[in-house]
Design a protein around this ligand. Structure first.
Ligand SMILES: [Zn+2]
Length: 445
C-alpha cells in the first residue's frame, strides 16, 4: 500500500465511522497509518491531524512523501519556495520519527531552500528531529525546470553534503536536455555534470537507486565507493549511449580491465537502458538477482553476445544466479542463448516483451541436451509474446531430462485480431497436451 494523500486518508476515516467493528479494523491495521503524502497546497493547520495519523501506526516504520502540485517553482522571484511548505517543515522537525522521506523539488535552488528551512529548525528544536533519524531518502529533481548542472561547484558545497547518514538513497536527476541546455535550448555535454555525493554517505549505503541519463563516467565514479550496497538500481531514462566517447579515457580504460568491485550486491537492476554497457565496468560476486529492462529499441549487438556473459563470468555468478529478468528488447536468440549458457542454478527466467530474431531453445539432434541447458529452472515466464512466439522453441522443452520440474507462464500481446489471439492460445493448448511442463496462461485457458 502506498502513501495516502489527504483525500485517501478521509476515505479511511469515513470507513471507521461505519460501525465499531470497522473502526477497530482500521485502527488495528497499522499499515494504513504509516505513510502519508503531503502536497504543496497543504496548510500548516493540518499538522496535528497528520501527526496523529502517523502515530496510529504505532511501531511501524513511518514515511512522508512530499510532492509539489506544479512542475515550476517561482521562488527565484518573490514567491515562497514550494519545498519550504510550513506543514512539511514542521512535520520533519516535530512529527514522529521517520524511516523514509521522499522529496520532489523543481531544481537545485529549491533543494537548497529546503535545506535552509531545515537548518533553521535545528536551532529551535531539540534533537532528534524526525529528519535526523531517517534511514531512507528519495530525492527527485523535477523534469520541467531548466537548471544548469554543468556550472562548477566545489565538492565542499555540494548540495548532497547535508544528507543524513541514510542506508537507502534514491536520486532521480533531471534529464540531460533540461540540465545541460545551451542557448538554442538543445542539450550540451552532460559529461561535465556536477554530481558530488559524499564518499562517507556512499560507503554506508545498502540500497542505491540512481536515475540518470547523463553521458560520461560520473555514475562509475559514484559506484566505486558503493562497497556495502546490496541492492543497486540504475535507471538510464532511455539514454542509448551513456559511455559514448569514454572508451579511450584512462579512467574507463582502467575500469574495463579491472571492473569496480561491488562485493555485497545481490540484486542489480538496469531500467530503461539503451544498452547493458555499464556491466562492462562492474563485477558483483554476490549477485543472485539480475533484472535487465531495456528501452524497447534494438539493443547493441554486443550486449548479449559479449557484455552480459562476460559480466557474469567476471562476477563468478554463472553458477549462483537465481533469477534473471529481461524485458523490452529485440534480441537474437543465438546471442541470448550465449548469455544464458552455464546458468546452472537459475530458478526463474522471465522474458517479458521480448522479440526474438531467431530460435532460443534448440536441440542439435533428438536425444541431445537442450541449449541453453537450464537444469534448475522452476519457473519460465514468457510474457507479452508476439506472433513470432514460435522462435522461443518451447517444443524443445517437452523433455527436460534430469532437470527440475517447472512451471511455464505464458501471455500474448493483445495487438492482433481476436481470432489470431485465440489461435496463439489454441496452439499452446495443443502443445500442452504433450508437454512435461506445467503450463499456465494469462488469461487462463
Ligand atoms: Zn523553489
Amino acid at each position: 500500500m502506498g502513501a495516502l494523500d489527504k483525500y485517501e486518508r478521509q476515505v479511511v476515516s469515513d470507513l471507521g465511522l461505519v460501525c465499531k467493528g470497522w473502526r477497530d479494523a482500521t485502527l488495528y491495521t497499522h499499515r494504513l497509518w504509516c505513510a502519508i503524502t503531503i502536497s504543496s497546497t497543504d496548510r500548516l493547520s493540518g499538522h496535528q491531524k497528520a501527526t496523529k495519523w502517523l502515530e496510529r501506526s504505532r511501531s511501524m516504520p513511518k514515511t512522508i512523501e512530499y510532492h509539489s502540485l506544479w512542475n515550476r517553482c517561482e521562488c527565484s522571484g518573490r514567491q515562497m519556495c514550494h519545498s519550504t511548505n510550513p506543514l512539511l517543515i514542521k512535520l520533519l522537525s516535530e512529527g514522529p520519527l521517520l524511516h523514509h522521506f521522499e522529496l520532489q523539488v523543481a531544481r537545485r535552488e529549491c533543494f537548497k531552500n529546503w535545506i535552509a528551512a531545515m537548518g533553521a529548525t535545528k536551532k529551535t528544536h531539540s534533537f532528534p528531529r524526525p529528519w535526523d533519524s531517517l534511514r531512507s531518502f528519495e530525492l527527485t529533481f523535477d523534469n520541467e525546470e531548466h537548471d544548469r548542472w554543468d556550472q562548477l561547484e566545489e565538492p565542499a558545497q555540494s548540495i548532497f553534503n547535508i544528507l543524513p547518514p541514510v542506508t537507502s538513497l534514491s536520486i532521480h536527476l533531471p534529464p540531460a536536455d533540461n540540465a545541460f541546455p545551451n542557448l538554442s535550448g538543445t542539450e550540451t555535454d552532460s559529461r561535465y555534470g556536477v554530481l558530488d555525493i559524499p564518499r562517507d554517505l556512499l560507503i554506508g549505503l545498502t540500497t542505491l537507486t540512481l536515475s540518470c541519463d547523463w553521458k560520461g563516467t560520473r555514475l562509475l565514479a559514484i559506484l566505486q565507493h558503493c562497497t556495502n550496497v546490496e541492492t543497486l538500481s540504475l535507471d538510464f531514462n532511455l539514454q542509448r549511449f551513456p559511455f559514448m566517447h569514454e572508451h579511450d579515457y584512462p579512467f574507463s580504460k582502467a575500469l574495463a580491465n579491472c571492473p569496480i568491485l561491488l562485493p555485497k550486491t545481490h540484486t542489480l537492476r538496469l531500467s530503461q537502458a539503451g544498452t547493458a554497457e555499464v556491466l562492462k565496468y562492474l563485477q558483483a560476486p554476490a549477485l543472485t538477482h539480475l533484472h535487465l529492462e531495456f528501452s524497447g529499441s534494438e539493443i547493441q549487438i554486443t550486449d548479449f553476445e559479449n557484455t552480459i556473459p562476460r559480466f557474469l563470468r567476471v562476477s563468478r555468478a554463472t553458477g549462483s544466479l537465481l533469477t534473471l529478468h529481461i524485458s523490452n528488447a529485440s534480441i537474437s536468440g543465438a546471442h541470448l542463448r550465449r548469455s544464458l549458457s552455464g546458468l546452472r542454478s537459475l530458478k526463474l527466467l522471465s522474458l517479458d516483451h521480448i522479440e526474438l530474431r531467431d530460435t532460443l531453445f534448440i536441440r542439435s539432434a533428438p536425444g541431445d541436451a537442450i541449449h541453453p541447458h537450464l537444469p534448475s529452472v522452476e519457473h519460465f515466464k514468457l510474457l507479452e509474446l508476439n506472433s513470432d512466439y514460435k522462435s522461443i522453441g518451447v517444443a524443445c522443452l517437452d523433455e527436460r531430462r534430469g532437470c527440475t520440474p517447472c512451471i511455464m507462464t505464458v501471455s500474448f500481446q493483445k495487438k492482433h485480431s481476436d481470432y489470431e489471439y485465440i489461435q496463439h492460445y489454441a496452439s499452446l493448448f495443443l502443445w500442452k497436451e504433450n508437454a512435461s511442463i506445467t503450463l499456465l496462461t494469462i488469461p487462463p485457458i
